[in-house]
Design a protein around this ligand. Structure first.
Ligand code: NDP
Length: 248
């Protein structure tokens, strides 16, 4: 699964597109022919992406949006419907780490923020674009998870819980849509050289990790109209799909 798919004429919504893995997914999808709708809070990061995409001859629409703004997410779905009448690809990539800390020391507002961005925001986005993805002839949803969803690791509690929850959402959605053209899969991108990883593992040498562009290139095939898998977890580091009965 290393071939970059032809995404000509497809409309792709990518969240967390201002930096890291989401930035590279957006850039590579535009290079593959998609019109990318790039969502994040940081306008500077979105503008850098737009410059790169335009220089390469691609197309993007920038959407500065905080994914804790539920009404904003609803409006985004409406705006996509007005302009394109469908959505072909959703990449729910935006994520918040919170703090790496014993559960007893986690501040309530930090816990709530992680859940708001990673779980509630993702559900609200799913709710907003589900009808649009079903209007595509080959809708593809890619939900970014983490190995933390399956591991028993001290101090990662809120983030791990949020990623386990978002995978559960993806599984349910995949089952709901299994008789449609929509394919829904979660992705564990594996350790990747980004700001989030540096925040989580400050003592680690980032040069030992794959760059976001390398991780993104392995995720892109999940957007292919030819993809058949649904309701699975794709592990980027193993380059394989696993079912939920045996995640490792
Ligand atoms: P980064 O921290 O580099 O980027 C996170 C992205 O999410 C940014 O574009 C940020 O944009 C966006 N984001 C965060 N909060 C919000 C918000 N409230 N509203 C809108 N956008 C938001 O993370 P990575 O690229 O490392 O991670 C991408 C995904 O991969 C995440 O879901 C992460 O959990 C997952 N992952 C990453 C791993 C790694 O090693 N890097 C390993 C396992 C999983 P902005 O701040 O501009 O809003």
């Amino acid at each position: 699964m290393t071939e970059i798919p032809d995404l000509s004429g497809r409309v792709a919504l990518v969240t967390g597109a201002s930096r890291g893995i989401g930035y590279q997914i957006a850039k590579q999808m535009a290079a593959a022919g998609a019109h990318v709708i790039a969502v994040a809070r940081t306008v500077g990061g979105l503008e850098d992406l737009d410059d790169e995409i335009k220089k390469a001859g691609g197309e993007a629409t920038l959407v500065p949006l905080d994914l804790t703004d539920m009404a904003g997410i609803d409006r985004l779905g409406g705006a996509i419907n007005d302009r394109w009448g469908k959505l072909d690809i959703l990449v729910a990539n935006a994520g918040a780490l919170g703090v790496i800390s014993p559960l007893g020391h986690v501040e309530a507002k930090v816990f709530d923020k992680v859940m708001a961005v990673n779980v509630t925001g993702t559900w609200r986005l799913i709710r907003s674009v589900d009808p649009l993805l079903r209007k595509s002839d080959a809708g593809r949803a890619i939900i970014l998870s983490s190995g933390a969803a399956h591991s028993a690791r001290a101090f990662w509690g809120p983030y791990a819980a949020s990623k386990a929850a978002v995978e559960a959402l993806a599984r349910s959605w995949a089952d709901e849509t299994k008789n449609s053209a929509l394919r829904v899969n979660s992705v564990d991108p594996g350790a990747t050289r980004t700001a989030m990883r540096a925040q989580a593992m400050p003592g680690e040498d980032p040069d030992t990790l794959p760059k976001p562009a390398e991780t993104a290139a392995k995720i892109l095939p999940l957007a292919s109209p030819a993809l058949t898998e649904t309701g699975k977890l794709f592990q980027v580091h193993h380059e394989r799909f696993v079912s939920y009965r045996m995640p490792e």
